[in-house]
Design a binder for this molecule. Structure first.
Ligand code: HEM
Length: 291
């Protein structure tokens, strides 16, 4: 056949390669969306605005942009999973949480690219962004709030932007994904104290012995509570990956700026070391010790 070249594979089957594919591809986009139109690539690229001529500022912006896009995906998946969990559905949320876990892996891998930037490279453009810091990332804070790591003070950097502050404040006052998991435990007849079900949602959860006993029941008999067991393990995967991201961030920060203060006004590496000790789902970790 004209334009096609065959190649005999080891299995004897012929794999056809189409040498003329580019000639047959669609080329007229005067009436329909092209790749770049659909993805709004002009807008995407326009957001990339280095302020200095420093070579590594491009990398710095790229890694932040890519991270923000993954964070938005994570927010979307978490919200969808939470809506289903609230309705008592546990199977579909597992798939969404698996996607969250995979996206977190991408976020964590991004450090490998950024780590090719040396402290001297960074200092070439550090002056350009003043007090801007990932500390002010609304997407990151949303992920944290949805997972239950909350403090009202973290809303403050968003006060000048009601469009960001409003949704964050709503998330601060709504059940986290872990609160929804505990509600499911209670609905299955496993004891969860009222003070936990009606707790102050603006605070991080603390370990509760009765809740721990309920998770122990699940972990001692996974066959009976399979969906709750799977949900718990998936949440643990999410927290595990979150810790990896935090640890890689801290290491990257230490190798780039050492123990200088952060651009966002915190102590820098000291602050980030502190957040490493945050536990999102305390009973799910403690259950391992007690089993
Ligand atoms: C060399 C590159 C980086 C340095 C030196 C750096 C430094 C820091 C420092 C010192 C802080 C503490 C807050 C403050 O600024 O005072 C911080 C917070 C933060 N950074 Fe970075 N960062 C870097 C890259 C990134 C990237 C690529 C992301 C991706 C989104 C990111 C996201 C965040 C977030 C979300 C926080 C808040 C963490 C929390 O409050 O728990 N950072 N960063």
């Amino acid at each position: 056949m004209a334009g096609r070249a065959g190649r005999q594979t080891r299995s004897g089957r012929q794999r056809v390669t189409d040498q003329n594919a580019p000639e047959r591809a669609y080329t007229d986009f005067s009436q329909s969306l092209s790749y770049g139109d659909y993805l709004r690539l002009d807008t995407l690229k326009a957001a990339h605005h280095p302020i200095t001529g420093a070579h590594d500022e491009h990398l710095f912006i790229t890694v932040h942009h890519v991270s923000e896009v993954w964070l938005e995906l994570i927010v979307r998946e978490l919200r969808a999973a939470m809506t289903l969990l609230e309705g008592g559905i546990t199977d579909a949320p597992l798939k969404m949480l698996t996607r969250v876990v995979r996206a977190q892996e991408q976020l964590t891998n991004a450090w490998e690219v950024l780590k090719t930037m040396t402290p001297a490279d960074y200092l070439q453009f550090r002056h350009a962004f003043g007090q801007a810091s990932g500390f002010q990332s609304a997407s990151y804070r949303t992920v944290e709030f949805l997972l239950g790591n909350r403090r009202a003070v973290l809303l403050r950097p968003h006060e000048h932007r009601p469009d960001l502050h409003g949704p964050l404040e709503a998330d601060l006052n709504a059940p986290s994904i872990y609160d929804l998991a505990l509600k499911l435990l209670a609905e299955r007849g496993l004891p969860v104290p009222d003070e936990i079900l009606n707790r102050d949602l603006t605070q991080r959860p603390e370990l509760n012995e009765t809740v721990l006993e309920s998770w122990l029941t699940v972990y001692r008999d996974p066959q009976t509570y399979w969906d709750l067991y799977e949900l718990a393990e998936k949440l643990l995967d999410v927290e595990d990956n979150f810790r990896r991201w935090r640890f890689n961030h801290l290491t990257t920060v230490e190798r780039t700026i050492g123990f200088k203060a952060g651009s966002g006004g915190t102590s820098g590496a000291g602050y980030l070391r502190g957040v490493l000790s945050v536990v999102l789902f305390p009973e799910l970790w403690e259950v391992r010790t007690r089993l």
